[in-house]
Design a protein around this ligand. Structure first.
Ligand SMILES: Cc1cc2nc3c(=O)[nH]c(=O)nc-3n(C[C@H](O)[C@H](O)[C@H](O)COP(=O)(O)OP(=O)(O)OC[C@H]3O[C@@H](n4cnc5c(N)ncnc54)[C@H](O)[C@@H]3O)c2cc1C
Length: 418
């Protein structure tokens, strides 16, 4: 099967363009050098690459400054964990001897070598483990070719490298995601091996989780305590990703004879079979894409009377489904894409002028048969059900026709929406 691989540089460009279109510019060449906070604000010193020093005061600071985070260090947050002993090579090159447009993995007793197809800056991204006995201080095309020969039995010829680097990997997590008015997100909060390709995705979801909570706090729509739910929701996810990628890394690099045989002989047979089985492929996709994560134990997840649902309950991500609203075909995700909270009043039996719908500032949508039949099935709706969807697309509250518990939820987290 052919896949399109989007490089991280390309992904970052898409996000930067999106911000630019909304009037937000990312300032490059500006370094945060000092940080302090008191009860009311955070003060930061920024050094511009062309000399000027700027002093900024802000209600909150989010450190998205990578594994060596200065923000984390200046906030006094420990980064707990260790480094793996292996050295890896990463290179963007052209190559002969590979089927184009398809990812290739070669396994050997030494470890694994990957070729990922790229659109630019070269045709292939090579990722390979160097032998423990030869970590190498630098990397040349000849070094990468020797590695490629070992893994591919000389089948692949590399040429025209764009860039190459040696790197080590670490597995560490911040002891806290928050120090009063300072937060950590992305690699600043957790770093792990790229096994499973989870790092950037986890960081983006950290940012999505925190951004709307900060916005609600700053506008006064939510109490400051909503910010505590960031670490409550994201730290367990960070720990799980670290644990899973650590396991995958250990299997990929172990020198244990049994693991080496399993890696070289059993995995190449079993994994393609698992990926071909519909259930197996779906499970792999949901895990790697992180669409199956949820926050059922979060203080922000509440279930009202007649609202429990094992698969689409409070804390779960709202599933998508086609809708026919106002005659125009739309989807559940499109319906709830606008900023803010969305209240889905599902099934029949809701008074036309349901008090909450009239009085509140929630965006209210009614889902009923026949226009929303598929959505109601996917939402596992039997009787009348109220589903309150957070700005990040997760279900905050699910309950039945009795709206008392929903009112209590809105009163706690969105007091100005009542
Ligand atoms: C070999 C490899 C392959 C990977 N493959 C994948 C993959 O397939 N999928 C995936 O999801 N993830 C992957 N990752 C992980 C991914 O690259 C990281 O998780 C991601 O880049 C983290 O993003 P971030 O914004 O948190 O940190 P970074 O990308 O490190 O960005 C931090 C930014 O902060 C800036 N900065 C640092 N200090 C300061 C300061 N004092 N002042 C101002 N700015 C500062 C830096 O210049 C940088 O721009 C891979 C990682 C590696 C090493």
């Amino acid at each position: 099967m052919s896949h399109e691989f989007l490089s991280q540089a390309h992904t970052e460009q898409i996000l930067t363009d999106h911000l630019h279109a909304r009037g937000v510019e990312v300032e490059r060449g500006v370094e945060l050098t000092e940080l302090s906070q008191d009860a009311a604000s955070v003060k930061a010193t920024l050094r511009h690459h062309d000399g000027p020093v700027e002093h900024v005061q802000a209600p909150y600071v989010v450190g998205c400054d990578g594994g060596r985070s200065t923000v984390r260090e200046l906030a006094g947050i420990a980064f707990e964990g260790s480094s793996y002993p292996q050295t890896f090579v990463l290179a963007d090159t052209d190559a002969d001897g590979l089927d184009p447009g398809t990812a290739h993995v070669f396994v050997s007793p030494d470890g694994m070598l990957f070729f990922f197809p790229l659109v630019s800056p070269a045709a292939w991204r090579v990722l390979a483990m160097r032998p423990l006995s030869d970590p190498g201080a630098s990397v040349t095309l000849a070094d990468v070719q020797i590695l490629a020969d070992r893994y591919t039995n000389g089948v692949v010829r590399l040429r025209d490298p764009v860039w190459m680097t040696n790197f080590r990997l670490h597995h560490r997590a911040a002891a806290r995601y928050r120090a009063a008015r300072i937060f950590l997100a992305g690699d600043a909060a957790h770093i792990h091996s790229p096994a499973g390709a989870q790092g950037m995705n986890t960081g983006i979801q950290d940012a999505v989780n925190l951004a709307w909570k900060l916005a609600h706090t700053l506008t006064g729509d939510s109490p400051e305590s909503i910010l505590d739910t960031y670490a409550a929701e994201r730290a367990p996810i960070g720990r799980t990703v670290l644990r899973m990628s650590d396991r995958a890394f250990t299997i990929a690099t172990s020198t244990n004879p049994v693991v080496r045989i399993a890696r070289a002989r059993v995995a190449p047979t079993l994994l393609p079979v698992a990926a071909k089985i519909a259930g197996g492929r779906g499970a792999i996709f949901r895990t790697v894409s992180q669409l199956n994560i949820g926050y059922p134990r979060s203080p922000l997840s509440a279930t009202g009377p007649a609202g429990s649902s094992r698969r689409v309950g409070a804390g779960d991500r709202l599933p998508d489904a086609p809708l026919a609203a106002d005659g125009a075909a739309r989807t559940l995700h499109e319906l709830t894409a606008g900023p803010g909270w969305h209240l889905l009043l599902c099934g029949s039996g809701w008074p036309v002028d349901a008090e909450l719908a009239r009085a509140s500032r929630l965006r209210v949508h009614r889902l009923d048969h026949p226009t929303a039949t598929t959505a109601l099935v996917r939402l596992r709706v039997g009787g009348p059900t109220a589903i309150l969807v957070r700005p990040d697309g997760y279900i905050g509250y699910r309950g039945g026709a009795d709206l008392l518990a929903l009112r209590a939820y809105v009163g706690r987290w969105l007091p100005r929406h009542q």
